[in-house]
Design a protein around this ligand. Structure first.
Ligand code: KIV
Ligand code: ZN
Length: 520
Protein backbone atom coordinates (compact mmCIF):
# COMPACT_ATOMS: atom_id res chain seq x y z
CA UNK A 1 0.00 0.00 0.00
CA UNK A 2 1.26 3.49 -0.86
CA UNK A 3 2.71 5.50 2.01
CA UNK A 4 1.11 8.93 2.35
CA UNK A 5 3.54 10.54 4.79
CA UNK A 6 1.38 9.73 7.74
CA UNK A 7 -1.96 10.61 6.10
CA UNK A 8 -4.80 8.26 5.19
CA UNK A 9 -3.44 5.55 2.90
CA UNK A 10 -6.68 5.52 0.90
CA UNK A 11 -6.71 9.23 0.19
CA UNK A 12 -6.35 9.99 -3.53
CA UNK A 13 -4.57 13.21 -4.46
CA UNK A 14 -6.39 15.15 -7.16
CA UNK A 15 -3.94 16.85 -9.52
CA UNK A 16 -5.76 19.16 -11.89
CA UNK A 17 -4.09 20.04 -15.18
CA UNK A 18 -6.91 22.03 -16.81
CA UNK A 19 -4.63 25.06 -17.02
CA UNK A 20 -1.78 23.10 -18.67
CA UNK A 21 -2.85 19.93 -20.51
CA UNK A 22 -6.41 21.30 -20.76
CA UNK A 23 -5.11 24.42 -22.44
CA UNK A 24 -3.36 22.17 -24.97
CA UNK A 25 -6.80 21.28 -26.40
CA UNK A 26 -6.86 22.50 -29.98
CA UNK A 27 -8.64 25.85 -29.79
CA UNK A 28 -8.52 26.30 -26.02
CA UNK A 29 -6.54 29.17 -24.62
CA UNK A 30 -6.95 31.31 -21.56
CA UNK A 31 -5.51 34.64 -20.56
CA UNK A 32 -3.98 35.41 -17.18
CA UNK A 33 -7.14 36.77 -15.61
CA UNK A 34 -9.13 33.72 -16.78
CA UNK A 35 -6.52 31.32 -15.44
CA UNK A 36 -6.57 33.09 -12.09
CA UNK A 37 -10.35 32.73 -11.92
CA UNK A 38 -10.19 29.02 -12.68
CA UNK A 39 -7.36 28.50 -10.19
CA UNK A 40 -9.43 30.21 -7.47
CA UNK A 41 -12.33 27.82 -8.08
CA UNK A 42 -10.02 24.78 -8.14
CA UNK A 43 -8.48 25.83 -4.84
CA UNK A 44 -11.88 26.44 -3.30
CA UNK A 45 -13.16 23.02 -4.36
CA UNK A 46 -10.20 21.34 -2.67
CA UNK A 47 -7.94 20.34 -5.58
CA UNK A 48 -4.64 19.17 -4.05
CA UNK A 49 -2.33 20.13 -6.91
CA UNK A 50 -2.99 22.73 -9.61
CA UNK A 51 -0.71 22.39 -12.62
CA UNK A 52 -0.80 26.02 -13.71
CA UNK A 53 1.21 25.88 -16.94
CA UNK A 54 4.45 25.19 -18.77
CA UNK A 55 6.60 28.17 -17.79
CA UNK A 56 9.20 27.86 -20.58
CA UNK A 57 6.47 27.81 -23.26
CA UNK A 58 5.87 31.58 -23.25
CA UNK A 59 6.04 34.72 -21.14
CA UNK A 60 2.27 34.35 -20.67
CA UNK A 61 2.62 30.80 -19.30
CA UNK A 62 5.41 31.87 -16.98
CA UNK A 63 3.37 34.81 -15.68
CA UNK A 64 0.29 32.63 -15.16
CA UNK A 65 2.18 30.03 -13.11
CA UNK A 66 3.96 32.70 -11.13
CA UNK A 67 0.80 34.77 -10.38
CA UNK A 68 -1.19 31.66 -9.46
CA UNK A 69 1.68 30.56 -7.20
CA UNK A 70 1.48 33.91 -5.39
CA UNK A 71 -2.25 33.82 -4.67
CA UNK A 72 -3.11 30.16 -4.17
CA UNK A 73 -2.51 29.16 -0.57
CA UNK A 74 -4.15 25.79 0.02
CA UNK A 75 -3.30 23.83 -3.14
CA UNK A 76 0.18 22.94 -4.34
CA UNK A 77 1.04 24.85 -7.53
CA UNK A 78 3.03 22.94 -10.15
CA UNK A 79 4.92 24.10 -13.24
CA UNK A 80 5.83 21.66 -16.04
CA UNK A 81 9.37 21.31 -17.41
CA UNK A 82 11.13 19.10 -19.94
CA UNK A 83 14.34 17.43 -18.76
CA UNK A 84 16.58 20.44 -19.42
CA UNK A 85 18.23 22.85 -17.01
CA UNK A 86 16.62 25.86 -18.74
CA UNK A 87 13.10 24.41 -18.48
CA UNK A 88 13.53 23.32 -14.88
CA UNK A 89 15.04 26.61 -13.73
CA UNK A 90 12.22 28.52 -15.42
CA UNK A 91 9.64 26.31 -13.68
CA UNK A 92 11.48 26.76 -10.37
CA UNK A 93 11.44 30.54 -10.82
CA UNK A 94 7.71 30.48 -11.60
CA UNK A 95 6.72 28.50 -8.48
CA UNK A 96 9.19 30.13 -6.10
CA UNK A 97 6.55 32.29 -4.36
CA UNK A 98 4.15 29.42 -3.83
CA UNK A 99 3.22 28.35 -0.33
CA UNK A 100 3.66 24.84 -1.77
CA UNK A 101 5.47 24.74 -5.10
CA UNK A 102 6.17 21.69 -7.26
CA UNK A 103 8.35 21.16 -10.32
CA UNK A 104 6.95 18.52 -12.64
CA UNK A 105 9.62 17.30 -15.03
CA UNK A 106 9.20 14.67 -17.73
CA UNK A 107 10.98 12.74 -20.43
CA UNK A 108 9.74 10.04 -22.79
CA UNK A 109 10.66 6.44 -22.00
CA UNK A 110 9.01 4.37 -24.73
CA UNK A 111 11.15 2.86 -27.52
CA UNK A 112 9.17 4.82 -30.16
CA UNK A 113 9.56 8.17 -28.47
CA UNK A 114 13.21 7.65 -27.52
CA UNK A 115 14.24 6.54 -31.01
CA UNK A 116 12.20 8.85 -33.24
CA UNK A 117 11.29 11.88 -31.15
CA UNK A 118 14.17 12.29 -28.75
CA UNK A 119 16.75 10.44 -30.87
CA UNK A 120 18.39 9.39 -27.63
CA UNK A 121 19.76 6.06 -26.48
CA UNK A 122 17.95 4.59 -23.43
CA UNK A 123 21.11 4.95 -21.29
CA UNK A 124 21.25 8.66 -22.13
CA UNK A 125 17.59 9.02 -21.13
CA UNK A 126 18.40 7.37 -17.79
CA UNK A 127 21.24 9.83 -17.22
CA UNK A 128 18.92 12.72 -18.06
CA UNK A 129 16.39 11.52 -15.50
CA UNK A 130 18.95 11.62 -12.70
CA UNK A 131 20.31 14.99 -13.85
CA UNK A 132 16.92 16.63 -14.31
CA UNK A 133 15.40 15.43 -11.03
CA UNK A 134 18.58 16.47 -9.19
CA UNK A 135 18.43 19.98 -10.68
CA UNK A 136 14.76 20.24 -9.72
CA UNK A 137 15.39 18.97 -6.18
CA UNK A 138 18.00 21.67 -5.71
CA UNK A 139 15.28 24.23 -6.35
CA UNK A 140 12.24 22.75 -4.56
CA UNK A 141 11.47 19.86 -2.21
CA UNK A 142 8.43 18.71 -4.10
CA UNK A 143 9.44 17.15 -7.43
CA UNK A 144 7.25 15.03 -9.68
CA UNK A 145 8.79 12.97 -12.45
CA UNK A 146 6.78 11.67 -15.43
CA UNK A 147 7.63 8.91 -17.89
CA UNK A 148 6.03 10.28 -21.04
CA UNK A 149 4.38 7.46 -23.03
CA UNK A 150 4.94 5.34 -19.90
CA UNK A 151 2.17 2.89 -20.80
CA UNK A 152 4.03 1.88 -23.99
CA UNK A 153 7.44 1.65 -22.31
CA UNK A 154 9.42 -1.54 -21.92
CA UNK A 155 8.92 -2.82 -18.34
CA UNK A 156 12.52 -3.50 -17.26
CA UNK A 157 13.64 -0.14 -18.58
CA UNK A 158 10.72 1.69 -16.99
CA UNK A 159 11.59 0.10 -13.62
CA UNK A 160 15.14 1.44 -13.93
CA UNK A 161 13.87 4.92 -14.85
CA UNK A 162 11.47 5.04 -11.91
CA UNK A 163 14.17 3.84 -9.52
CA UNK A 164 16.59 6.50 -10.79
CA UNK A 165 13.98 9.27 -10.46
CA UNK A 166 13.15 8.27 -6.88
CA UNK A 167 16.84 7.95 -6.00
CA UNK A 168 17.44 11.48 -7.31
CA UNK A 169 14.63 12.80 -5.09
CA UNK A 170 11.32 12.64 -6.96
CA UNK A 171 8.50 12.05 -4.49
CA UNK A 172 5.74 11.60 -7.06
CA UNK A 173 6.15 9.21 -9.97
CA UNK A 174 3.67 9.69 -12.78
CA UNK A 175 3.12 7.03 -15.44
CA UNK A 176 1.12 8.68 -18.22
CA UNK A 177 -0.93 6.89 -20.80
CA UNK A 178 0.07 9.70 -23.14
CA UNK A 179 -1.69 8.44 -26.24
CA UNK A 180 -4.74 6.91 -24.56
CA UNK A 181 -3.76 3.39 -25.66
CA UNK A 182 -4.01 1.45 -22.39
CA UNK A 183 -6.91 -0.70 -21.22
CA UNK A 184 -7.86 -0.87 -17.54
CA UNK A 185 -6.53 -4.28 -16.41
CA UNK A 186 -3.27 -3.85 -18.33
CA UNK A 187 -2.71 -0.33 -16.98
CA UNK A 188 -3.51 -1.42 -13.40
CA UNK A 189 -1.05 -4.31 -13.80
CA UNK A 190 1.64 -1.86 -14.97
CA UNK A 191 1.22 0.32 -11.87
CA UNK A 192 1.15 -2.77 -9.63
CA UNK A 193 4.27 -4.16 -11.32
CA UNK A 194 6.21 -0.91 -10.76
CA UNK A 195 5.14 -0.65 -7.14
CA UNK A 196 6.21 -4.27 -6.52
CA UNK A 197 9.40 -4.39 -8.51
CA UNK A 198 11.07 -1.00 -8.07
CA UNK A 199 13.18 -1.37 -4.89
CA UNK A 200 12.59 2.19 -3.57
CA UNK A 201 8.94 2.42 -4.72
CA UNK A 202 7.74 2.90 -1.14
CA UNK A 203 9.43 6.33 -1.07
CA UNK A 204 7.10 7.79 -3.71
CA UNK A 205 3.45 8.29 -4.49
CA UNK A 206 2.44 6.74 -7.79
CA UNK A 207 0.37 8.90 -10.08
CA UNK A 208 -1.62 8.31 -13.25
CA UNK A 209 -2.30 10.62 -16.17
CA UNK A 210 -4.65 9.16 -18.75
CA UNK A 211 -5.70 10.48 -22.13
CA UNK A 212 -9.09 9.64 -23.54
CA UNK A 213 -8.38 8.56 -27.12
CA UNK A 214 -10.32 5.30 -26.63
CA UNK A 215 -12.74 6.79 -24.11
CA UNK A 216 -11.00 4.87 -21.29
CA UNK A 217 -9.25 7.63 -19.36
CA UNK A 218 -11.54 7.49 -16.31
CA UNK A 219 -11.72 3.67 -16.30
CA UNK A 220 -7.93 3.43 -16.57
CA UNK A 221 -7.41 5.94 -13.76
CA UNK A 222 -9.81 4.12 -11.43
CA UNK A 223 -8.21 0.75 -12.21
CA UNK A 224 -4.81 2.24 -11.37
CA UNK A 225 -6.12 3.59 -8.06
CA UNK A 226 -7.29 0.08 -7.18
CA UNK A 227 -3.76 -1.12 -8.01
CA UNK A 228 -2.18 1.40 -5.62
CA UNK A 229 -1.86 4.74 -7.44
CA UNK A 230 -2.70 7.61 -5.12
CA UNK A 231 -2.60 10.60 -7.41
CA UNK A 232 -4.93 11.06 -10.37
CA UNK A 233 -4.18 13.72 -12.97
CA UNK A 234 -7.31 15.08 -14.57
CA UNK A 235 -9.04 18.12 -16.02
CA UNK A 236 -12.40 19.83 -15.62
CA UNK A 237 -14.80 18.64 -18.35
CA UNK A 238 -12.08 16.23 -19.51
CA UNK A 239 -10.44 19.02 -21.52
CA UNK A 240 -7.02 18.24 -23.00
CA UNK A 241 -4.90 17.21 -25.98
CA UNK A 242 -6.84 15.44 -28.76
CA UNK A 243 -9.74 13.53 -27.10
CA UNK A 244 -8.83 15.08 -23.75
CA UNK A 245 -7.71 13.89 -20.32
CA UNK A 246 -9.40 11.97 -17.54
CA UNK A 247 -12.40 14.03 -16.47
CA UNK A 248 -12.10 15.29 -12.91
CA UNK A 249 -15.80 15.35 -12.18
CA UNK A 250 -16.25 11.78 -13.41
CA UNK A 251 -13.37 10.28 -11.47
CA UNK A 252 -14.27 12.15 -8.27
CA UNK A 253 -17.97 11.32 -8.45
CA UNK A 254 -17.25 7.66 -9.29
CA UNK A 255 -15.08 7.38 -6.18
CA UNK A 256 -17.69 9.14 -4.06
CA UNK A 257 -20.70 7.23 -5.39
CA UNK A 258 -19.13 3.75 -5.40
CA UNK A 259 -17.45 3.74 -1.96
CA UNK A 260 -18.59 0.12 -1.63
CA UNK A 261 -16.46 -0.95 -4.61
CA UNK A 262 -13.73 1.70 -4.30
CA UNK A 263 -13.13 2.75 -0.67
CA UNK A 264 -10.95 5.74 -1.50
CA UNK A 265 -11.45 9.39 -0.65
CA UNK A 266 -10.54 12.72 -2.22
CA UNK A 267 -10.44 16.22 -0.72
CA UNK A 268 -12.90 17.58 -3.30
CA UNK A 269 -16.02 19.45 -2.21
CA UNK A 270 -18.17 18.07 -5.02
CA UNK A 271 -20.79 20.82 -4.70
CA UNK A 272 -18.40 23.08 -6.66
CA UNK A 273 -18.30 20.75 -9.67
CA UNK A 274 -21.08 22.35 -11.74
CA UNK A 275 -19.70 25.82 -11.20
CA UNK A 276 -16.16 24.75 -12.19
CA UNK A 277 -17.50 23.02 -15.28
CA UNK A 278 -19.50 26.06 -16.40
CA UNK A 279 -16.62 28.42 -15.77
CA UNK A 280 -14.14 26.33 -17.78
CA UNK A 281 -16.67 25.89 -20.57
CA UNK A 282 -17.45 29.58 -20.79
CA UNK A 283 -13.79 30.66 -20.65
CA UNK A 284 -12.54 28.16 -23.22
CA UNK A 285 -15.65 28.35 -25.40
CA UNK A 286 -15.88 24.54 -25.33
CA UNK A 287 -19.54 23.66 -24.79
CA UNK A 288 -20.28 20.61 -22.63
CA UNK A 289 -22.14 17.89 -24.55
CA UNK A 290 -25.71 17.52 -23.16
CA UNK A 291 -25.26 13.83 -22.31
CA UNK A 292 -21.83 14.26 -20.67
CA UNK A 293 -21.66 12.37 -17.37
CA UNK A 294 -22.04 14.51 -14.21
CA UNK A 295 -22.05 17.97 -15.84
CA UNK A 296 -24.06 17.58 -19.07
CA UNK A 297 -27.38 19.43 -19.23
CA UNK A 298 -29.21 16.07 -19.35
CA UNK A 299 -27.14 14.32 -16.66
CA UNK A 300 -29.98 14.63 -14.14
CA UNK A 301 -32.95 14.97 -16.52
CA UNK A 302 -35.50 12.17 -16.66
CA UNK A 303 -37.48 12.06 -19.88
CA UNK A 304 -39.29 8.72 -20.04
CA UNK A 305 -42.63 8.37 -18.25
CA UNK A 306 -41.53 5.19 -16.48
CA UNK A 307 -38.42 6.94 -15.13
CA UNK A 308 -40.39 10.02 -14.04
CA UNK A 309 -42.92 7.83 -12.29
CA UNK A 310 -40.14 5.93 -10.50
CA UNK A 311 -38.42 9.16 -9.50
CA UNK A 312 -41.62 10.54 -7.98
CA UNK A 313 -42.08 7.39 -5.93
CA UNK A 314 -38.47 7.11 -4.80
CA UNK A 315 -35.61 9.22 -6.23
CA UNK A 316 -33.08 6.41 -5.90
CA UNK A 317 -34.97 4.28 -8.42
CA UNK A 318 -33.20 6.15 -11.21
CA UNK A 319 -30.82 8.53 -9.45
CA UNK A 320 -27.46 7.23 -8.21
CA UNK A 321 -26.31 10.65 -7.00
CA UNK A 322 -28.24 13.81 -6.27
CA UNK A 323 -28.03 16.95 -8.44
CA UNK A 324 -27.29 18.88 -5.24
CA UNK A 325 -24.17 16.77 -4.62
CA UNK A 326 -22.57 18.30 -7.74
CA UNK A 327 -23.89 21.78 -6.97
CA UNK A 328 -26.76 21.73 -9.43
CA UNK A 329 -29.71 23.85 -8.32
CA UNK A 330 -33.08 23.96 -10.01
CA UNK A 331 -33.43 26.77 -12.55
CA UNK A 332 -35.57 29.32 -10.81
CA UNK A 333 -36.28 33.00 -11.18
CA UNK A 334 -33.81 34.61 -8.87
CA UNK A 335 -33.82 38.29 -9.43
CA UNK A 336 -35.52 41.00 -11.45
CA UNK A 337 -35.02 44.66 -12.31
CA UNK A 338 -36.04 45.80 -8.82
CA UNK A 339 -33.52 43.64 -7.00
CA UNK A 340 -30.89 45.61 -5.12
CA UNK A 341 -27.12 45.29 -4.88
CA UNK A 342 -27.34 43.35 -1.61
CA UNK A 343 -29.74 40.73 -2.96
CA UNK A 344 -27.50 40.40 -6.01
CA UNK A 345 -24.38 39.97 -3.88
CA UNK A 346 -26.07 37.44 -1.58
CA UNK A 347 -27.34 35.42 -4.53
CA UNK A 348 -23.88 35.33 -6.11
CA UNK A 349 -22.38 34.21 -2.82
CA UNK A 350 -24.96 31.43 -2.53
CA UNK A 351 -23.87 30.33 -5.99
CA UNK A 352 -20.24 30.30 -4.88
CA UNK A 353 -19.06 33.58 -6.47
CA UNK A 354 -17.14 35.92 -4.18
CA UNK A 355 -16.39 39.08 -6.13
CA UNK A 356 -14.23 41.97 -5.01
CA UNK A 357 -15.86 45.42 -4.70
CA UNK A 358 -14.95 46.61 -8.20
CA UNK A 359 -15.88 43.36 -9.90
CA UNK A 360 -19.15 43.30 -7.95
CA UNK A 361 -20.01 46.86 -9.03
CA UNK A 362 -19.29 45.99 -12.68
CA UNK A 363 -21.30 42.79 -12.47
CA UNK A 364 -24.21 44.60 -10.77
CA UNK A 365 -24.27 47.19 -13.53
CA UNK A 366 -24.36 44.44 -16.16
CA UNK A 367 -27.11 42.70 -14.18
CA UNK A 368 -29.22 45.90 -14.19
CA UNK A 369 -28.72 46.25 -17.96
CA UNK A 370 -29.75 42.62 -18.39
CA UNK A 371 -32.78 42.96 -16.11
CA UNK A 372 -33.95 45.91 -18.22
CA UNK A 373 -33.97 43.65 -21.27
CA UNK A 374 -35.12 40.44 -19.65
CA UNK A 375 -37.95 40.14 -17.16
CA UNK A 376 -36.76 37.05 -15.31
CA UNK A 377 -33.11 36.56 -14.49
CA UNK A 378 -32.24 32.90 -13.81
CA UNK A 379 -29.24 31.27 -12.13
CA UNK A 380 -27.84 30.41 -15.57
CA UNK A 381 -28.07 34.08 -16.62
CA UNK A 382 -26.05 35.11 -13.58
CA UNK A 383 -23.40 32.50 -14.35
CA UNK A 384 -23.13 33.78 -17.94
CA UNK A 385 -23.07 37.37 -16.71
CA UNK A 386 -20.32 36.90 -14.13
CA UNK A 387 -18.27 34.76 -16.50
CA UNK A 388 -18.65 37.48 -19.11
CA UNK A 389 -16.29 39.80 -17.17
CA UNK A 390 -14.56 42.58 -19.05
CA UNK A 391 -11.39 41.16 -20.51
CA UNK A 392 -8.97 43.81 -19.29
CA UNK A 393 -5.91 42.59 -21.14
CA UNK A 394 -7.55 42.18 -24.51
CA UNK A 395 -6.22 44.17 -27.48
CA UNK A 396 -9.64 44.39 -29.16
CA UNK A 397 -12.98 45.24 -27.51
CA UNK A 398 -16.45 45.91 -28.90
CA UNK A 399 -17.65 49.48 -28.31
CA UNK A 400 -20.87 49.64 -30.35
CA UNK A 401 -22.79 47.73 -32.98
CA UNK A 402 -25.79 48.41 -35.19
CA UNK A 403 -27.11 45.82 -37.61
CA UNK A 404 -29.65 46.00 -40.37
CA UNK A 405 -31.17 42.84 -41.78
CA UNK A 406 -34.50 41.89 -43.35
CA UNK A 407 -36.25 40.50 -46.39
CA UNK A 408 -36.07 43.58 -48.69
CA UNK A 409 -33.37 43.67 -51.37
CA UNK A 410 -30.78 45.65 -49.53
CA UNK A 411 -27.67 43.80 -48.34
CA UNK A 412 -27.44 43.22 -44.60
CA UNK A 413 -25.35 45.99 -43.11
CA UNK A 414 -23.26 46.49 -39.96
CA UNK A 415 -21.94 49.71 -38.36
CA UNK A 416 -19.37 48.96 -35.75
CA UNK A 417 -16.94 50.62 -33.38
CA UNK A 418 -14.06 48.62 -31.93
CA UNK A 419 -11.43 49.73 -29.46
CA UNK A 420 -8.11 48.43 -30.79
CA UNK A 421 -4.99 48.92 -28.68
CA UNK A 422 -6.73 51.75 -26.83
CA UNK A 423 -8.00 53.60 -29.95
CA UNK A 424 -11.63 53.61 -31.05
CA UNK A 425 -12.11 52.91 -34.78
CA UNK A 426 -15.38 52.80 -36.72
CA UNK A 427 -16.53 51.26 -40.00
CA UNK A 428 -19.48 50.03 -42.03
CA UNK A 429 -19.69 46.73 -43.88
CA UNK A 430 -22.14 44.55 -45.76
CA UNK A 431 -22.38 40.79 -46.08
CA UNK A 432 -24.46 37.78 -47.08
CA UNK A 433 -26.33 37.93 -43.80
CA UNK A 434 -26.13 39.98 -40.60
CA UNK A 435 -23.48 37.73 -39.06
CA UNK A 436 -21.38 37.88 -42.21
CA UNK A 437 -21.73 41.70 -42.32
CA UNK A 438 -20.66 41.99 -38.68
CA UNK A 439 -17.67 39.70 -39.14
CA UNK A 440 -16.68 41.63 -42.30
CA UNK A 441 -16.72 44.81 -40.23
CA UNK A 442 -14.32 43.25 -37.71
CA UNK A 443 -12.01 42.23 -40.58
CA UNK A 444 -12.13 45.76 -42.01
CA UNK A 445 -11.23 47.32 -38.65
CA UNK A 446 -8.60 44.76 -37.72
CA UNK A 447 -7.31 43.11 -40.91
CA UNK A 448 -6.33 39.50 -40.32
CA UNK A 449 -6.29 36.24 -42.23
CA UNK A 450 -7.74 33.86 -39.61
CA UNK A 451 -10.46 31.57 -40.96
CA UNK A 452 -13.81 30.99 -39.30
CA UNK A 453 -14.05 27.27 -38.48
CA UNK A 454 -17.07 27.14 -36.22
CA UNK A 455 -19.98 29.42 -35.39
CA UNK A 456 -22.48 28.04 -32.92
CA UNK A 457 -25.38 29.60 -31.03
CA UNK A 458 -27.39 28.26 -28.14
CA UNK A 459 -29.83 29.76 -25.66
CA UNK A 460 -28.73 30.03 -22.02
CA UNK A 461 -32.30 29.63 -20.74
CA UNK A 462 -35.72 29.34 -22.35
CA UNK A 463 -37.92 32.00 -23.99
CA UNK A 464 -37.39 34.58 -26.71
CA UNK A 465 -35.72 36.96 -24.26
CA UNK A 466 -33.11 34.33 -23.28
CA UNK A 467 -29.45 35.21 -23.59
CA UNK A 468 -27.72 33.74 -26.61
CA UNK A 469 -24.41 32.03 -25.96
CA UNK A 470 -22.23 32.07 -29.06
CA UNK A 471 -19.07 30.06 -29.69
CA UNK A 472 -16.64 31.00 -32.45
CA UNK A 473 -13.54 29.07 -33.48
CA UNK A 474 -10.86 30.69 -35.66
CA UNK A 475 -7.92 29.01 -37.27
CA UNK A 476 -4.58 30.33 -38.34
CA UNK A 477 -4.36 28.27 -41.55
CA UNK A 478 -3.79 24.99 -39.76
CA UNK A 479 -1.12 26.27 -37.37
CA UNK A 480 -3.19 27.31 -34.38
CA UNK A 481 -6.85 27.47 -33.45
CA UNK A 482 -8.57 29.60 -30.83
CA UNK A 483 -12.09 29.39 -29.53
CA UNK A 484 -14.05 32.32 -28.08
CA UNK A 485 -17.44 32.56 -26.41
CA UNK A 486 -19.82 35.30 -25.29
CA UNK A 487 -23.38 35.68 -24.04
CA UNK A 488 -25.86 38.49 -24.58
CA UNK A 489 -29.60 38.94 -24.98
CA UNK A 490 -28.78 40.22 -28.48
CA UNK A 491 -27.53 37.33 -30.61
CA UNK A 492 -25.58 39.66 -32.90
CA UNK A 493 -23.78 41.35 -30.00
CA UNK A 494 -22.94 37.92 -28.57
CA UNK A 495 -21.68 36.86 -32.02
CA UNK A 496 -19.37 39.83 -32.39
CA UNK A 497 -18.08 39.51 -28.83
CA UNK A 498 -17.41 35.80 -29.34
CA UNK A 499 -15.52 36.50 -32.59
CA UNK A 500 -13.49 39.25 -30.91
CA UNK A 501 -12.79 36.94 -27.96
CA UNK A 502 -11.51 34.20 -30.30
CA UNK A 503 -9.38 36.73 -32.20
CA UNK A 504 -7.82 38.06 -28.97
CA UNK A 505 -7.00 34.49 -27.97
CA UNK A 506 -5.45 33.75 -31.34
CA UNK A 507 -3.25 36.84 -31.00
CA UNK A 508 -2.11 35.66 -27.55
CA UNK A 509 -1.45 32.18 -28.91
CA UNK A 510 0.80 33.54 -31.65
CA UNK A 511 3.17 34.73 -28.91
CA UNK A 512 3.42 31.22 -27.55
CA UNK A 513 5.75 28.74 -29.25
CA UNK A 514 5.12 25.05 -28.69
CA UNK A 515 8.19 23.64 -26.90
CA UNK A 516 9.87 21.10 -29.12
CA UNK A 517 10.93 17.63 -28.09
CA UNK A 518 14.36 17.38 -26.57
CA UNK A 519 17.15 15.97 -28.63
CA UNK A 520 20.32 14.22 -27.57
O1 KIV B 1 0.37 13.13 -21.59
C1 KIV B 1 1.50 13.26 -21.10
O2 KIV B 1 2.36 12.38 -21.17
C2 KIV B 1 1.78 14.52 -20.41
C3 KIV B 1 3.05 14.59 -19.64
C4 KIV B 1 3.80 15.83 -19.92
C5 KIV B 1 2.75 14.43 -18.18
O3 KIV B 1 0.99 15.42 -20.45
ZN1 ZN C 1 -1.04 14.71 -21.05
Amino acid sequence: MTKMNGTDANRVIIFDTTLRDGEQSPGASMNLEEKLRIAAVLEEMGVDVIEAGFPIASEGDFEAVSEIAKVVKKSTVAGLARATRADIERAGEAVKHAERGRIHTFIATSPLHMQYKLQMEPEKVLERITESVTIARNLVDDVEWSAEDGSRSEHDFLCRCVEAAIKAGARTINIPDTVGYAVPDEYAALIGMLMNRVPNADQAIFSVHCHNDLGLAVANSLAAVKAGARQVECTVNGLGERAGNCSMEEVVMALRTRQDAMPYSTGIDTTHITRASRLVSSITGFPVQPNKAIVGANAFAHESGIHQDGMLKHAQTYEIMTPESVGLTKSKIVLGKHSGRNAFKTKLEEMGYKLGDNALNDAFKRFKDLADLKKDVFDEDLVALVDEETRVNDRINLVSLEIRCGTVHRPPHASMELEIDGQVKACEATGDGPVDAAFNAIKALFPHDARLQLYQVHAVTQGTDAQAEVTVRLDDHGERTAQGAAADTDTMVASVKAYVNALNKLLTKREKKAPEALSA
